[in-house]
Each structure stands twice: as structure tokens, then as C-alpha cells.
Design a protein around this ligand. Structure first.
Ligand code: ADP
Ligand code: MG
Length: 339
């Protein structure tokens, strides 16, 4: 293992970033000066978003390989740009690391960052590097462009709009519970290697999330502009509250319509928790919750990765979930609390 001090800060940055090609012709200057320079295409607006990930708070290196962490740190930020109906093109990456990490660990982290940049055509514009007293800190800022008239906010939902979600919900939380369970067993009995083959999908959703950018592009192509939208990072329940409070409306959704993968259902049974709870409060799905005018129904119902789960009501702040023919519950906003 190579201590970071052998390369020094500048040597390390150069070593980690030299293999990143510039992906866009409007990117004028990335790493190597005091700031990055990007041209602004006419008629577009800039879209920015940033996230901070702290070891022990947002990730656990006991089961999160550094390569996956790098990949995920990029994805969660791109997800926010797409959620505005915009197109991400670049990121900056800031790292704080204790001296327990060798150069090889940083290489692994940047391998994941590069995979995400290649896949989503993202330029690495710059960043900052520092030592930390303990643990690893990674902060990614994502940059994107959007058409001003087509930016979708959280605030535009109106009564009778369809409520839709992409993909399936609760799987990342199921993966998290499985990984936590294996970690406890491994700590107690290090000889036993965990067999996660039965849980490949849910563990993958926790360790290697993807962005549904292509799906949102498809909606644009089909001339469906959502009335409101956000990405599902804290769980559907919490996100529904955001959309409804910002739009001044209410919502009714149907439990039997929630898209939940069979593997998620299996894990929910193992943990004796309702799979509806997974879908509503799980978090880290990085799917999209959006509302659309009812006139979009025919287009939406033809897209397999989109599920209509309910509709917007005029009753501000009243969010209900229909659990059965005579059973309706009020949805509480239990997002994920980090504090
Ligand atoms: P400054 O002293 O102005 O903060 P730095 O020496 O930190 O400059 O950075 C030099 C160049 O390297 C800049 O272009 C910066 O964006 C880039 N950079 C620094 N750290 C990272 C990193 N962790 N990942 C990517 N680029 C980085
Ligand atoms: Mg710096």
C-alpha cells in the first residue's frame, strides 16, 4: 500500500484525475487552474445541486466498497439534476480523508467516480482535497443545463393530476437491511462468508443505484411535461408531503398499485415488516415521483417503467393511502432522519 504522502496533494490529484476525458465541447477548462470554465448554451438555464456524504453517517465502509461509494456519490447528485427535468454535464468532487487511506483506496474511489462519469457523459470539472482527522468525507456538486420553460419544480401539482413513480420502490432499503444483518453475523463469526446471491437485486439497489435519466428523456420526447417532480431519496411518504405542501394540494394513493420487486417482498417477509412500509419509508431508491395532467394517461400507461399510483386531491396537506376496500390510512412524513 502506498501512503498518500509519497505522491503529495498535487501529485495525487493529477494521478487520480488524468484518465478523465472531457466529454462536452462546451466544457472549456476542467482541472488544473483556479476554477473550471464551461460555456453556457443559449436559451438554457444552469442547474446545480450538491450533497455531502460522511463515513458512519451516510455510508459504512464495512460493506460499501470504495468503488461503489464513488459511483453512488455521483449518481445521487445526477439524480437531483434529472429531477428538475434538466441534463447533468459535470461534477466537482471534494474529498476529506484520514491518513489511514492509502493511494490505492483513493484509486478505487475514483474508479467508481469514473465509471459513473463515463456512463452518464459527465465531465469532472474539479474539486478539493484535504486530510481529515478521522474518517472519509466526500462531497459532490453536480452541474446541468435545462430549458427554462421545461424545468419541473415540486410546486406544480394540481387536483386530479395523476401521481406516478418510476421503477420499483423499497429495494434499496431491503438491501440495506440485508447488508446490516450480514455485517452483524460477520462480526460475530468472521469465518462464515455471507452468501448474498439470493439478494442480488436489493443489495445492488443499495450499493449501485442508477439514474432514470433516459426515462425522463422519453417523457420529453413524448411531449409529457410533468406538473411536479422530485427524486425519491428519503422514501415516497416524505416526498409526497414535499410535493403536496409545495403545491398546496393533497393526494390519494393505492397500496396495491405500489411497484415493489418480488425480492423486496421476500426481504420484507423475512424482517416481518410490511412491504408497503418499505416502499413508503425505505429511501435511497433514486426513482422519480412525478405528477402529470390526466391527459397524459394514454402515454404514461404504455411505458412499462412508469406506474400510476394515485391522484392529486384539492385537500391541502391530506395524504391518504388506500390499503383495502374499506381501509384508508393517513400517510405520515417519516423521511430518513440523520440526526
Ligand atoms: P486551490 O488551491 O485553488 O484550491 P487545488 O490545489 O485544491 O487548488 O486544486 C487544483 C486543481 O485540482 C483544481 O482545478 C481543482 O479543481 C482540482 N482538484 C483538487 N482536488 C480535486 C479532487 N479531489 N478531484 C478532482 N479535482 C480536484
Ligand atoms: Mg483546493
Amino acid at each position: 500500500m502506498t501512503p498518500i504522502s509519497t505522491l503529495g496533494e498535487f501529485g495525487l490529484i493529477q494521478h487520480l484525475t488524468e484518465s478523465f476525458p472531457i466529454q462536452h465541447d462546451f466544457t472549456v477548462k476542467t482541472i488544473g487552474d483556479d476554477a473550471a470554465i464551461v460555456a453556457c448554451p443559449e436559451g438554457k438555464v444552469n442547474v446545480f445541486s450538491t450533497d455531502l456524504l460522511l463515513e458512519g453517517v451516510h455510508f459504512d465502509l464495512a460493506y460499501m466498497p470504495l468503488k461503489h461509494l464513488g459511483y453512488k456519490a455521483v449518481i445521487v447528485n445526477l439524480s437531483d439534476i434529472y429531477a428538475m427535468n434538466a441534463q447533468p454535464y459535470g461534477i466537482t468532487v471534494s474529498i476529506g480523508m484520514s491518513n489511514r487511506f492509502p493511494v490505492e483506496a483513493m484509486e478505487e474511489l475514483y474508479e467508481g467516480i469514473k465509471l459513473a462519469c463515463d456512463k452518464y457523459k459527465i465531465d469532472l470539472l474539479g474539486g478539493d482535497t484535504s486530510t481529515s482527522k478521522q474518517g472519509l468525507l466526500i462531497s459532490v456538486t453536480a452541474f446541468g443545463y435545462g430549458e427554462k420553460e421545461k424545468i419541473v419544480y415540486r410546486k406544480g401539482a394540481k387536483a386530479n393530476d395523476l401521481i406516478c413513480v418510476t421503477g420499483d420502490l423499497g429495494a434499496a432499503y431491503a438491501g440495506f437491511l440485508v447488508l446490516e444483518r450480514e455485517k452483524v453475523e460477520f462480526t460475530e463469526n468472521p469465518e462464515i462468508q455471507p452468501d448474498l446471491s439470493e439478494y442480488e437485486y436489493v443489495v445492488g439497489r443499495q450499493l449501485k443505484p442508477e439514474c432514470r435519466g433516459k426515462l425522463l428523456e422519453l417523457l420529453n420526447e413524448k411531449n409529457v411535461l410533468p406538473t411536479s417532480m422530485m427524486d425519491i431519496s428519503d422514501g415516497l411518504a416524505s416526498e409526497l408531503h414535499h410535493i403536496c405542501s409545495q403545491s398546496g394540494c393533497g393526494a390519494t394513493i393505492y397500496a396495491d398499485k405500489l411497484p415493489i420487486d418480488v425480492e423486496t417482498v421476500k426481504v420484507a417477509e423475512e424482517f416481518q415488516i410490511s412491504e408497503v412500509t418499505f416502499a413508503m419509508n425505505g429511501g435511497e431508491d433514486y426513482e422519480y415521483l412525478f405528477t402529470a395532467d390526466i391527459s397524459a394517461f394514454n402515454v404514461l400507461k404504455e411505458i412499462p417503467e412508469i406506474t400510476i399510483i394515485g391522484h392529486i386531491t384539492p385537500d391541502a396537506g391530506k395524504i391518504d393511502i388506500v390499503l383495502g376496500p374499506t381501509q384508508i390510512a393517513s400517510v405520515e412524513a417519516q423521511g430518513w432522519r440523520h440526526f
